[in-house]
Ligand binder design. Structure first.
Ligand code: HEC
Ligand code: HEC
Ligand code: HEC
Ligand code: HEC
Ligand code: HEC
Length: 426
């Protein structure tokens, strides 16, 4: 971009010189000044990976250099997913798999300081596999200080101070504090493999849309930063942080015995989250497993006697609609909170099919009621009801495809259990 601007300036200057003949140097200066003023600054925001990033940073400006003075931000960033965005196994496997080009597009968001200058976002960078084997700096450090903070050789800051000006050239960029800044990378559609700038279909990631819905309902000026950068922290935790998941998803379980039946009520609520859960990539999911064992932990494989019911309610809104619907009668139950549901999750055909979005909305509580008649002999009481909430980085069939162990791509967010003794009731 910069070089294009310079070229344009030079051409215009030549035109001016030639046409004005003996014009004084003051005229040239004036023209140059007008051109300078009309030259647009490189925007702080990203554009869904369509164009490569130009930071204009001097050579010695590296992430480490920033870190010599900003130690805390540097340490936090090194513990973030942004730091490993270009090197984590999942990204590399899917990037090599993307085929048919597009990899330069991946790099424009996962390692934006990639120097592959001339590649359109539908090319495979040269020697991609070797790059992954021996990652150069720009790849090793994923989304770094320079990616977010440097444009036209200036450090983007929210507030300009004398101390900052003394340390390095700065530019005031209130954009840094907006959801749109994050959304330049965190919201985009599926991209065509043949056309450099053509997106199609539904959102692959819909963070901004979902966030705006949330903020509209919430009525507050909450920002992505308030939840993901508390106190300015650069760790920016999300789905990989189980503490964050645990705080965001509340699991509740109740079970009782009534006239030969076990009544199970299990619910999951989404709290302190600014978008649907799980957010981010369309391949993330959360599952809720509910099952029954006897007193000794032996599994009871018992079909429920009537279809289970699912009840949805949004907390904090008096007139929230409450939906109740039958959700099938197989047992043990697995409920899926996912954007890609149905065929794919049951390992049937058409894995690419996107079906109804069953994720939790911010503030929503979803309750499931199961009624069971276990044929257990009295010695097996008290029965134990178990509920476990799992987070899945990706679906197990995808893990298999990439040769990841299925245990490495999922973990337990929380679990509950209740005992049900039939002697304790009537
Ligand atoms: C030689 C030390 C030094 C280096 C190297 C350095 N900075 Fe700074 N930076 C400072 C100082 C000093 C301030 C002013 C802090 C203040 O106002 O309290 C500052 C301010 C900032 C601010 C604004 C802070 C605020 O509180 O609003 C940002 C953002 C920033 N630097 C980013 C960077 C980035 C990114 C790099 C690397 C490209 C970098 N700095 C390199 C010393 C440095
Ligand atoms: C993913 C984008 C991103 C990356 C990567 C990033 N920053 Fe920031 N940084 C921000 C945003 C956004 C803010 C403003 C935070 C706010 O508004 O609360 C910020 C704020 C800051 C500040 C202001 C003081 C503060 O902590 O609030 C400093 C200093 C800073 N960053 C330095 C760095 C350094 C050094 C690195 C690399 C080690 C870095 N940043 C990497 C996005 C980023
Ligand atoms: C240059 C593009 C870019 C920008 C700008 C950016 N991110 Fe990211 N972010 C990424 C990428 C790429 C990943 C995925 C890293 C990986 O491969 O796991 C990511 C991951 C995350 C995660 C997931 C962490 C986890 O544990 O699952 C969170 C949360 C996040 N970013 C928040 C933010 C916020 C908040 C902002 C704005 C202040 C922001 N990002 C700006 C590219 C960006
Ligand atoms: C009210 C708090 C809140 C706000 C606002 C918020 N988030 Fe989150 N975010 C969370 C919580 C909690 C999680 C962990 C649950 C999950 O994974 O969805 C999360 C998870 C994420 C993840 C990881 C999703 C995954 O599982 O892979 C990304 C990426 C992310 N947020 C980006 C954003 C962006 C971008 C914005 C602003 C447009 C934003 N968030 C606004 C609370 C918030
Ligand atoms: C517009 C920016 C953008 C582009 C382009 C992009 N990604 Fe991402 N990618 C992200 C963000 C942001 C996240 C974090 C979302 C989350 O944590 O759920 C992410 C997450 C991922 C993850 C999950 C990593 C993990 O830690 O589990 C994989 C894998 C991935 N991207 C692969 C790719 C591939 C392959 C391409 C190119 C075909 C690509 N991405 C293109 C922004 C982008």
């Amino acid at each position: 971009m910069v070089s294009n601007r310079r070229k344009l300036q030079r051409i215009l200057l030549v035109v001016v010189v030639v046409s004005s003949g003996l014009a004084g140097s003051w005229a040239l200066l004036a023209v140059n000044r007008v051109l300078q003023a009309s030259v647009a600054e490189t925007p702080a925001t990203f554009d869904q990976g369509l164009n490569r990033l130009e930071t204009g940073a001097p050579r010695h400006w590296t992430n480490q250099w920033c870190g010599t003075c900003h130690k805390q931000a540097y340490t936090e960033w090194q513990a973030s997913r942004h730091f490993v965005a270009g090197t984590n196994e999942n990204f590399q496997a899917q990037c090599l798999d993307a085929g048919g080009g597009r990899q330069q597009w991946c790099f424009n968001c996962h390692a934006p300081t990639s120097p592959a200058t001339t590649l359109l976002p539908l090319h495979e960078p040269r020697q991609l596999e070797q790059l992954f084997e021996r990652p150069p700096h720009w790849l090793e450090q994923g989304v770094g200080c320079l990616s977010c903070h440097v444009r036209d050789g200036q450090v983007l800051v929210e507030n300009v101070t004398d101390k900052a000006i003394a340390a390095h050239p700065v530019r005031r960029s209130p954009e840094l504090g907006t959801a749109e800044f994050c959304a330049g990378c965190h919201q985009f559609n599926f991209k065509d493999v043949l056309l450099p700038d053509y997106f199609h279909g539904p959102f692959q990631q819909a963070s901004l849309d979902e966030f705006l819905d949330f903020r509209h309902a919430d009525g507050f000026e909450t920002r992505c930063h308030d939840c993901h950068m508390p106190g300015g922290s650069h760790v920016m935790p999300g789905g990989y942080d189980n503490k964050m998941l645990n705080r965001a998803l509340k699991l509740e379980l109740a079970a009782s015995w009534d006239r030969g039946q076990v009544e199970v009520v299990v619910s999951v609520s989404a709290r302190r989250v600014g978008h649907k859960v799980p957010g981010g990539e369309f391949f993330r999911s959360v599952t809720l497993h509910t099952w029954l064992t006897d007193a000794n932990g032996g599994m009871l494989q018992q079909a429920s006697i009537e279809p289970s019911r699912q009840v949805e309610a949004v907390l904090g809104e008096g007139d929230a609609s409450v939906v109740s619907r039958a959700v099938g009668s197989n047992w043990p139950r697995i409920e899926i909170f996912s954007r890609r549901r149905g065929a794919f999750d049951h390992d049937l055909e058409a894995p690419e099919q996107l079906l109804t979005d069953s994720r939790l909305r911010p503030g929503e509580t979803r309750q499931f009621r199961y009624t069971l008649r276990p044929a257990a002999d009295p010695a097996r009481f008290p029965l134990q009801v178990h509920a476990k909430l799992w987070y899945h980085v990706m679906h197990s069939t995808e893990a298999e495809q990439f040769h990841f162990s299925s245990d490495a791509v999922k973990w337990i967010i929380s679990s509950e259990h209740r005992s049900v003794d039939r002697n304790a009731q009537r």
